[in-house]
Design a protein around this ligand. Structure first.
Ligand code: BJW
Ligand code: ZN
Length: 247
């Protein structure tokens, strides 16, 4: 097995050679900003709560106040968090490469770090959508009160603009993500357990003849099988080292 330093030099060469660099990111990229991941053994959200009680349409219809209160609390925490060096290193690479971020995160931290091309696969926790007509341009009060409010266009219930289990991903976002993968010269998979579909399937769309895949995660995930290089560690330490500017 290659020493991690040799491998890092090789990845830097891959970056130099690449035009289009794509990042598929998950909760781990925001972990060091203080945002809880979902599936980690000790402190993952789904170790504390059942996804069926909070992240499904059925849960929302059964007890909207409970679901809204949980989202209001998470949103308030996220607003206090700042992008970390992983988000910043990715944004910084834009000055040298065509960079697209395909993220499962709903926290908006890539955009706050300055990334300009961000595809949000699972929506955004800051906005709301209408359960009936899907409209997303609502005047959401800043503190997002945890009681039901209604759509100004059709009167339907407003809900967090995120993708719950059993719901389809936003069509446009997913098809753009597939195209982005197909055109990638280099793909970094960062901070995702690779357990949630269809997001986890996206790396399968890269052109394996010309696109290399680099995995960054403290643990080897199922994506390790298709990766050309695996770096076991934290995104906020590894990405600045690999991408250059923050070393
Ligand atoms: C670090 C780190 C550091 C820590 N640095 N790394 C095929 C097979 C099996 C099941 C399915 C399938 N296709 C569909 C399904 C069902 C389901 C699914 O995937 N279930 C599996 C869990 C079994 N998928 C869906 O339901 C999806 N919809 C769908 O398929 O629609 C079609 C359909 C329509 C109608 C009927 C049926 C199907 C929708 C999925 C929506 C996911 N939603 C959530 C919640 C979003 C809103 C919210 O935030 O409240 O999205 S769940 C949660 O998981 C969230 C995340 O985006 C997503 C992915 O999690 P992520 O980002 O990978 O986080 P973790 O916690 O899992 O991992 C963190 C990683 O970071 C770990 O690996 C750590 O090691 C690492 N890490 N610190 C770097 N410092
Ligand atoms: Zn509506």
């Amino acid at each position: 097995m290659k020493h991690q330093q040799l491998l890092a030099d090789e990845v830097r060469e891959w970056i130099d050679q690449a035009d289009r660099v794509v990042f598929l990111t998950g909760a781990g990229v925001s972990a060091e900003s203080g945002i809880q991941t979902f599936r980690q053994a000790h402190d993952g959200i789904w170790k504390q709560y059942s996804p069926l009680d909070l992240a499904t349409k059925e849960a929302f219809l059964k007890n909207p106040e409970h679901v809204l209160a949980w989202y209001a609390e998470r949103r308030a925490k996220i607003e206090l968090c700042e992008p970390n060096n992983a988000h910043l290193a990715i944004a910084d690479l834009q000055s040298r490469k065509t960079v697209t971020v395909v993220t499962q995160n709903v926290d908006g931290l890539h955009q706050r770090a300055g990334s300009q091309s961000v595809i949000e696969l699972h929506g955004n926790i800051i906005s709301e959508s209408c359960l009936d007509c899907g409209a997303t341009d609502h005047e959401t009060p800043h503190d997002m009160p945890p009681y039901l409010r209604y759509c100004a266009f059709c009167g339907g219930c407003l809900r967090p603009n995120v993708v719950w289990f059993g719901e389809s991903l936003p069509e446009q976002a997913f098809s753009t993500a597939v195209d982005t993968m197909r055109q990638a010269d280099l793909l970094f998979i960062v901070g995702t357990s690779g357990e949630v579909y269809p997001a986890a399937k996206l790396p399968e769309y890269v052109d394996k003849k010309c696109c290399r895949i680099v995995l960054i995660n403290p643990d080897a995930t199922p994506h390790a099988q298709m990766a050309d290089a695996f770096f076991g560690g934290k995104a906020s330490e590894l990405l600045p080292q690999l991408l250059g500017e923050y070393a």
